[in-house]
Write a protein that binds this ligand. Structure first.
Ligand code: SF4
Length: 373
């Protein structure tokens, strides 16, 4: 855990709102006044349609606003209603998501749209508790939909809000610890006003995205500077405290690029498994320390191939519960290999850049492109 230096906290317990030099009303007034002058104009801001708000909230998880805008507009052109999303195939939804990454979001979006149609007759529920029953909608996303679409008093705690509150209250625990999580939700709930919840929710999101930014917060421009405990004690750059990285196992594989006249063989993973519906190059798993050259002939034989393949490097990718190390080989074919159609497809490099390869194999593709094979 990172340590807070040169500063001893003047309290032993969590700060209470009553300990701070402001009331929730002062706080909300300052934030809303600032938002009126500086708030962002974004494509999903001028709507109260819960479908559009939900889509933007899901796309914005782990992705920047700039990256999301084009995807958001394209997605809505193709699937403008929750009914059309529910009726689309998972493969079509994944293809629309291609390039945004974190594809579980697309799978959950599709599953949740089906639930909205089947269980809620196509109308989004308004309350946080009901929204949380939909796949992929956690408490903060549910709060955002409830507040932004229905103006209900619902707190949120996304990454931006978490950072603002950690600094405002000078929280001295890693913010994802169970006790900190509980405390942050309590603060968020107490600070959420009873009126103008829609505007307040956008205001606190914008403050975290534009002013109370991760590396160099712009405290001189912050409407909350006078109230902020991190600013008062010069701790803006130290908070939030860093989370201790969790230990995860490593898995190994050989990935094979089969190249026939600049067309490469890929296949889609089964829809209901891990990374379901995403594309990948053929692979075979390895145990730790196993020689990939010994496993390669087995993988080649799956496609009726023999002989050598060129090793072009290795990549590493971290998923939430394991790290994947992939040793990458390329096999150039003079003649079209004897591969059954099945789920296999041949794509050009241009096409490969635009399909939904899973994260590790996106790096495999980058390796291929950087090697100029
Ligand atoms: S004063 Fe600085 S650290 Fe505190 S909330 Fe504002 S930008 Fe963040």
């Amino acid at each position: 855990m990172a340590r807070v230096k040169k500063w001893k906290r003047p309290w032993r317990q969590w700060l209470k709102l009553a300990d701070l030099p402001f009331t929730p009303v002062d706080y909300a007034e300052r934030l809303l006044a600032w938002y009126g002058q500086a708030g962002r104009d974004l494509p999903w801001r001028n709507t109260r349609d819960p479908y559009r708000i939900w889509l933007s909230e899901v796309m914005l998880q782990q992705t920047t606003v700039t990256a999301v805008i084009g995807y958001y507009q394209r997605f809505l052109q193709q699937l403008p209603t929750v009914g059309l999303l529910a009726a689309a195939s998972l493969e079509d939804v994944i293809d629309l998501w291609a390039g945004l990454g974190y594809y579980s979001r697309a799978r959950n979006l599709h599953a949740a749209a089906k639930m909205v149609v089947e269980q809620f007759k196509g109308r989004f529920p308004e309350e946080v508790e009901s929204l949380q029953k939909l796949p992929g909608i956690g408490r903060s996303t549910a709060g955002a939909i409830s507040a932004l679409a229905f103006d209900l008093r619902a707190p949120i705690l996304d990454g931006n809000v978490r950072r603002v509150l950690c600094r405002l209250f000078a929280l001295q625990e890693p913010p994802r610890s169970a006790s900190a999580e509980k405390q942050l939700w309590q603060w968020s709930e107490k600070l959420t006003p009873t009126e103008r919840v829609h505007d307040y929710t956008q205001a606190i999101m914008d403050l975290g995205a534009m002013v109370c930014v991760p590396r160099k917060p712009l405290c001189s421009e912050c409407p909350l500077a006078e109230f902020c405990q991190a600013h008062k004690f010069g701790l803006e750059l130290e908070l939030p405290l860093k989370q201790v990285a969790k230990q995860i196992p490593t898995r190994y594989e050989v990935a094979l690029l089969i190249d026939h006249q600049d067309q490469y063989l890929v296949r889609r993973r089964v829809a209901d498994g891990f990374l379901g519906g995403l594309w990948e190059f053929p692979t075979i798993s390895l145990t730790e320390g196993e020689d990939p050259e010994k496993k390669l002939p087995l993988l080649l034989s799956d496609f009726g191939l023999k002989g050598d393949a060129e090793k072009i490097g290795s990549i590493q990718h971290i998923y939430s519960h394991f790290r994947l190390k992939s040793i990458v080989y390329c096999k150039k074919m003079e003649h079209f290999p004897n591969v059954s159609a099945g789920d296999n497809c041949w794509f050009s490099l241009d096409k490969l850049k635009n399909i939904a390869l899973h994260g590790a194999h996106k790096k495999v593709l980058d390796k291929l492109l950087n090697n100029g094979v």
